[in-house]
Design a protein around this ligand. Structure first.
Ligand code: NAP
Length: 416
């Protein structure tokens, strides 16, 4: 690389300080994975909205240069790899990236590219804010009472991908080992999966969730687990969570069990309240008393189920953004999948990916552009201009294509 080019690369690269905060140049290069299925449609809509918001807000002063990197079905077709090493390296180098959804075949073929990406980059927290946008049709009578941020552990649990097919040599070996060494009888034709959960991964996830609550002035963090049944994995997640809370955050937090709370469950001294709930009960709580919960920290599988259920409460998967964050890089992504039946039809709702882009702008510190997009989306929805998924539940609305929804948001961005 000649010296001028090297200089250009350095001045457009986001870097991470020792304390984890970012140094963001005015013209950062941000890698993107377009995604499979509806990915190309929603990415095209999303990138146009992000570019317009940055342009309207900052003019010539700031601009994102997008760098396309391959992953998923197309990458597999071209290179034989669903997640090329070069893609991982580019994301590591540029620190912040955004992606569309990627296909994972069920019960056969390659393991999930999404899971591999999170594990290889050690993106240990999947963060999903769930907030209601006024005017969006939902099954709830009071969706505005839902305002939570889910921190889902991203690297362990049954998602670690340690499992063996029924009657395979490996499954039979594990079954024999358990019988011979621990006297445990497992039906011979069983498939076997392993659920690892460590102190280190549980503590860092809970610590990130509590830090987020402190930074954003949120009243509580709830550890959601199934420790009554899985005592040494999910139960330990809860114990390690409480342990991290008290060791790292000291008198900035208070335990619900200490009993010094107001009637609404909040701390009289504005400390963050740490509490825990069993996962099945939590699914009732988020329907019946959503206003009592602010930040949720939970293992991988619980978090996957809970964040989709919460997304449905505020209007469905098409509306729910997400981010995968580690200590050294972050990948922002829509919560939903590739919705194959709408692939290439310019029909899907791009809001989930656009709002993931909003989270990305917030992480860059470009909060003015982020809030301009939120306002423009809100305006388009309250003007009744929506994609099919909302239109079918909003009598009197105007159904538009994915690209037309982006046009509508861009038009409103110019007036924000
Ligand atoms: P999905 O792709 O999320 O789609 C399920 C349904 O959700 C769609 O049929 C559609 O419902 C609705 N939906 C999803 N995205 C939407 C959008 N942007 N706009 C409007 N409606 C939307 O789930 P799936 O069918 O179970 O998964 C398909 C593939 O995606 C699988 O290979 C899966 O592994 C993968 N996946 C990837 C990710 C990821 O990349 N992070 C996440 C989840 C799943 P209606 O048909 O009712 O309109």
């Amino acid at each position: 690389m000649d010296s001028q080019k090297k200089h250009d690369t350095e001045t457009c690269q986001i870097t991470t300080r020792a304390d984890g905060t970012l140094v963001v140049p005015d013209r950062p290069v941000i890698p993107f994975i377009e995604g499979d299925g509806i990915g190309p449609d929603i990415w095209a809509a999303c990138s146009r909205v992000l570019d317009q918001a940055v342009d309207t807000t900052y003019g010539d002063q700031r601009k994102i240069t997008w760098l396309k990197v391959p992953a998923g079905e197309k990458a597999y077709g071209q290179t034989g790899e669903s997640l090329p090493e070069e893609t991982l390296q580019v994301i590591k180098d540029y620190v912040v990236a955004i992606k569309g959804p990627l296909t994972t075949p069920v019960g056969k073929g390659m393991r999930s590219v999404n899971v591999a990406l999170r594990q290889r980059l050690d993106l240990y927290a999947c963060i999903r804010p769930i907030r209601y946008i006024k005017g969006v049709p939902t099954p709830m009578r009071h969706p505005e009472r839902v305002n939570m941020v889910v921190f889902r552990e991203n690297t362990e649990d049954v998602y670690a991908g340690i499992e063996w097919e029924a009657e395979s040599r490996e499954a039979e070996a594990v079954i024999s080992f358990l019988k011979d060494n621990m006297g445990i009888d497992i039906e011979k034709s069983s498939a076997i999966g392993v659920k690892p959960m460590s102190r280190r991964a549980s503590r860092r996830l809970v610590a990130m969730a509590i830090q987020y609550a402190l930074d954003h002035d949120l009243a509580s963090v709830t550890l959601v687990h199934k420790g009554n049944i899985m005592k040494y994995t999910e139960g330990a997640f809860m114990r390690w969570g409480y342990e991290a809370a008290s060791e790292i955050f000291g008198d900035r937090i208070v335990f619900e069990s200490d009993g010094e709370l107001e009637n609404d469950g909040q701390s009289p001294s504005s400390k963050v309240v740490i509490k825990d709930r069993i996962a099945d009960m939590m699914f009732q709580q988020v329907l019946l008393r959503p206003e009592s919960y602010h930040v949720i920290a939970t293992p991988n599988l619980n978090g996957d189920y809970l964040s989709d259920a919460l997304a449905a409460q505020v209007g469905g998967l098409g509306m729910a953004p997400g981010a995968n964050i580690g200590d050294t890089c972050a990948v922002f992504e829509a919560t939903h999948g590739t919705a194959p039946k709408y692939a290439g039809k310019d029909k899907a709702n791009p809001v989930s990916l656009i709002l993931s882009g909003v989270m990305m702008l917030e992480r860059l510190g470009w909060t003015e552009a982020a809030s301009a997009i939120e306002q423009a989306i809100q305006k388009s929805i309250s003007d009744g201009i929506v994609t099919y998924d909302l239109a079918r539940q909003m009598p009197g609305s105007r159904e538009v294509r994915c690209s037309q929804f982006a046009d509508s948001v861009i038009e409103r961005l110019r007036c924000v």
